[in-house]
Design a protein around this ligand. Structure first.
Ligand code: ATP
Ligand code: MN
Length: 457
């Protein structure tokens, strides 16, 4: 259908005085004695276009005034009666699709919880359309950032035989019938599609390292799957994962890239989505814009894990989980550090080796590894990264200590055998990042169709 975007009608001053056609959904309508006003959105802009229908010139189909109806309107673009921008003086309005009164997205504000029950319609609200425009802009900005810094975009497999050593519980991929009967697990998998146990990838890192050890700098941006049995506001079973991997880099360079990338993408969102950010500021998180501006302008804090434990021990709050050197930081601890103590993002570095993955570089102290988590206010961990162990002997020793099946990591070990080099990278949970920039508090509200325990709509 020949028509132009509402965003263009609102922004492009050269269209004033010309006749255009727009298509969209009616959000509200008002009547006066002489005119009907329709507020129409087509998804291209946060602001709606006001379509003005002069009753003496045009007999409007009453169905066109119903909330949710889709219409095509042709008319002259004129300066808006109030404020900046433009409106449309309609010459014709055609009903494309009517919308009966049981349409669940009505004018009155409903709860996010209610909207979670209608994921196919909730995008038509201001909140969700704004979230998804910001999500798209942020994703584009991430690609732009990496492309302009010569990181190659690689596509790592989603079906995998390795579980990235317990980064998360893996979903199985199988074509075996439910009632298959076998004497042993081995025999069962031998008969399966791949001839061995396979699952959905929890991280593209191990394959990402393969690419980085040839291309220098790479990143992946795709889904990861984790059978997380934790019902939290920041875990999904299917989430979007950004994973850069950098050859010839040690931990400080990994952190530099993480900080620079976050700042770049936040800046892009602030610049490209001003109306959406105003909306989030007003209705979702007051202080959001100042928070993000502060991110762009300030240096992220860096804190040794050991110092973090000291700070937490001295804190005048009672935590549910006690802290001691060697423990994993819980969300409450992460939030204390980033929200109360530093009031900005914090890289915690050099964690005890026992609580981190086998592939992380062992520090000379023999107790810690060169790992980092980036913690942000409101969410906690948003990035997990590390320098990788590049020394074949040290890597092998740890893998043996952990009783890992060396045969299935042969390729990974080969990277250390043939021209090993310091390298590292991180994983950013993209959905958590979207929560952070929009102020949305539940990860279920920043993805189209959230997948969580016992929920797949
Ligand atoms: P957490 O401790 O929060 O469960 P993690 O340590 O398991 O996270 P990593 O393996 O370090 O996470 O993964 C890197 C990033 O991916 C995390 O910092 C987070 O932003 C994101 N992430 C991990 N698991 C999930 C999930 N289930 N849903 C959404 N994002 C996730
Ligand atoms: Mn982590």
């Amino acid at each position: 259908m020949k028509h132009i975007d509402i965003e263009n009608v609102l922004q492009d001053k050269t269209l004033l005085g010309s006749t255009v056609t727009v298509c969209g959904w009616v959000r509200t309508s008002r009547e006066s004695a002489a005119v009907t006003f329709l507020e129409v959105t087509d998804g291209t802009s946060f602001t709606r276009l006001q379509v003005v229908v002069d009753k003496s010139k045009l007999a409007l189909d009453p169905e066109c005034t119903k909330c949710g109806a889709s219409i095509a309107a042709t008319g002259v673009v004129v300066k808006a009666f109030k404020g900046e921008g433009a409106e449309l003086n309609a010459e014709s309005v055609r009903l494309l699709g009517k919308c009966p009164g049981d349409y669940p997205i009505q004018k009155k504000r409903t709860t996010l919880e209610f909207l979670r029950g209608i994921p196919h319609l909730r995008l038509r609200t201001n909140t969700f359309s704004a979230v998804f425009r910001v999500r798209s802009v942020a994703a584009q900005a991430i690609h732009r950032y990496f492309h302009s810094h010569r990181f190659y975009y690689v596509h790592t497999p989603l079906i995998t035989a390795s579980d990235c050593e317990g980064a998360g519980e893996m979903f199985r991929v199988t074509t075996q019938p439910w009632n298959a009967k076998y004497d042993s697990e081995e025999a069962y998998y031998r008969d399966d599609f791949f001839g061995r146990k396979a699952g959905l990838s929890v991280s593209g890192q191990l394959e990402g390292e393969v690419a980085a050890m040839a291309l220098g700098r790479i990143y992946t941006f795709g889904p990861s799957f984790r059978a997380e049995n934790s019902n939290t506001t920041r875990h999904l079973a299917e989430f979007w994962h950004v994973e850069p991997e950098i050859a010839f880099a040690e931990l400080p360079e990994v952190m530099e890239v993480a900080e620079d990338m976050i700042k770049n993408v936040v800046r892009a969102v602030l610049e490209e989505c001003p109306a959406e950010m105003d909306f989030f500021e007003k209705f979702v998180e007051s202080g959001l814009k100042a928070k993000l501006q502060n991110i762009v302008e300030s240096k992220f804090a860096v804190l040794e894990y050991t110092e973090a434990i000291e700070l937490l021990k001295k804190a005048d709050v009672t935590f549910q989980y006690p802290v001691d050197w060697g423990c994993d930081l819980q969300t409450e601890h992460e939030k204390y550090l980033t929200e109360h103590y530093f009031k900005k993002p914090v890289f915690v570095i050099n964690y005890p080796k026992e609580i981190k993955s086998f592939y992380m570089k062992q520090n000379p102290d023999g107790k810690t590894v060169a790992a980092t988590d980036l913690l942000v206010p409101g969410i906690g961990e948003i990035i997990g990264g590390s320098e990788r162990e590049a020394d074949p002997d040290k890597l092998l020793a740890v893998m043996k200590e952990r009783k890992m099946d060396l045969a299935s990591y042969q390729q990974y070990l080969d990277l250390r055998k043939f021209g090993t080099a310091p390298h590292g990278g991180f994983g950013l949970g993209f959905d958590r990042f979207v929560m952070y920039v929009t102020g949305m508090e539940n990860i279920r509200d920043v993805v189209l169709f959230p997948r969580t325990v016992k929920n797949i709509m």
